[in-house]
Design a binder for this molecule. Structure first.
Ligand code: PLP
Length: 380
């Protein structure tokens, strides 16, 4: 029997995505995803690869030759960074101030690294003095930090203060820019970031599947000088060089449709202009923040490290958070998310990313949230 269309999961209701990702995909990106396939070594596809690399350099604000989309989601680009840069026996310094620092630790360990920690509470950024102390104590070879911590809504301000410490100690810096690329100010070269990775489904508003990664020549030299082979064949950058470098020879079949999508998403970034796009995220998130304040709610982070692309809102006393999220979904077809880890039960997380960062979506969030709060007897 045929499933009636109204219960077919492939015919989704018109859900508004305002959570920590995926964000809503721009209609132009959806459209290119129905374009016919060509071969992954076809001349026309090679032209597309060149364009994607050039657009990625612009979006990362880098001249790095080594700038590619990794096949897979943001975690694949993350694993490519750690698996290649970290050699067995390297000490890797990672943060404790959110969920994704923990993932860095797991990946560094699997790459054979010794993990050391720089401490900061969940919801706060790293303090440069604490980073300097940790360098003094552990003398790490690689330092990872999260520029935009999606689990807490905290932005790492003053990135050059951190990269300077690392470079004074001859270490390499890996930055998680999954929730900042294309959404908040990020300048890979100017800020001295050696390696940055990101994802497609956050501020780029593209489906997950091809994920940005960039490495400086200095970082790539470390990778190409390794004594031992990278443990992952699939993510080994010395092999991927054959496909994404000058040679353009087969390594694995690129996710062609995802590369089309990423090209269109990055084209949209270039058309809008990177700085105008950062400004739009800030403007839309400010609108959201002011509306939340009118409702008597407050954001968890201080203004100085507020992350416009992910707003962590403190839940008022006595409010049942899961009923809040359920009401917003059932009554308003709206997706936002709960807190994680140390902030579980204390915050809800409202994304303001890419194509989702627009006035009508922000107003829907404020309306739905007020409705759901009033249902529980809350008076703004
Ligand atoms: C989403 C996210 C990731 C992981 O990306 P996936 O696409 O889910 O694999 C890594 N770091 C941060 C900060 C993220 O927000």
């Amino acid at each position: 029997m045929l499933t009636p269309p109204d219960t077919d999961p492939l015919t989704p209701e018109d859900r508004t995505l305002m959570g920590p990702g995926p964000s809503e995909v721009h209609p132009r990106v959806l459209r290119v995803m129905s374009a016919p396939l060509v071969g992954h070594l076809d001349d026309s596809f090679i032209e597309i690869m060149d364009e994607v690399q050039e657009l990625l350099r612009y979006t990362f604000q880098t001249e790095n030759r080594w700038t590619i989309p990794v096949s897979g989601t943001g975690s694949a680009a993350m694993e490519a960074a750690f698996a290649n840069v970290v050699e067995p026996g390297d000490t890797v310094l990672v943060p404790t101030n959110g969920y994704f620092g923990g993932r860095m630790a797991s990946m560094a360990e699997r790459a054979g690294g010794e993990v050391a920690y720089v401490e900061a509470p969940w919801g706060e950024p790293l303090d440069p003095d604490a980073v300097a102390d940790a360098f003094h104590q552990h003398d790490p070879d690689v330092f990872g930090f999260v520029h935009a911590e999606t689990s807490t809504g905290a932005l790492q301000p003053n990135v050059p203060a951190l990269t300077d410490i690392a470079h004074d100690n001859d270490a390499y810096v890996i930055a998680d820019t999954v929730t900042s690329l294309g959404g908040v100010e990020l300048r890979v070269d100017e800020w001295g970031i050696d390696v940055a990775y990101s994802g497609a489904q956050k501020c780029l508003s593209c489906p997950p599947g091809a994920s940005p990664l960039t490495l400086s020549d200095r970082a790539m030299e470390k990778v190409l000088d390794r004594d031992s082979e990278v443990r992952s064949w699939y993510l080994d950058l010395s092999l991927l060089e054959g496909y994404w470098g000058d040679e353009r020879s087969y390594h694995h079949t690129a996710p062609i449709t995802n590369v089309y999508a990423l090209r269109e998403a990055l084209q949209l970034v270039a058309e809008e202009g990177l700085e105008a796009r950062w400004e739009r995220h800030r403007e839309m998130a400010t609108h959201l923040k002011e509306g939340l304040e009118t409702l008597g709610l407050e954001l968890n982070p201080e203004d100085e490290y507020w992350l416009p692309s992910l707003n962590a809102v403190r839940i008022p006393e006595g409010i049942d958070e899961s009923a809040l999220l359920r009401d917003m979904k059932e009554e308003h077809n709206l997706e936002v998310a709960s807190g994680l880890g140390d902030l579980d039960g204390e915050i809800i997380r409202i994304g303001c990313m890419g194509y989702s960062a627009r006035t009508s979506n922000v107003e829907l969030v404020l309306h739905a949230l007020e409705d759901a709060l009033r249902k529980q007897g809350y008076e703004p």
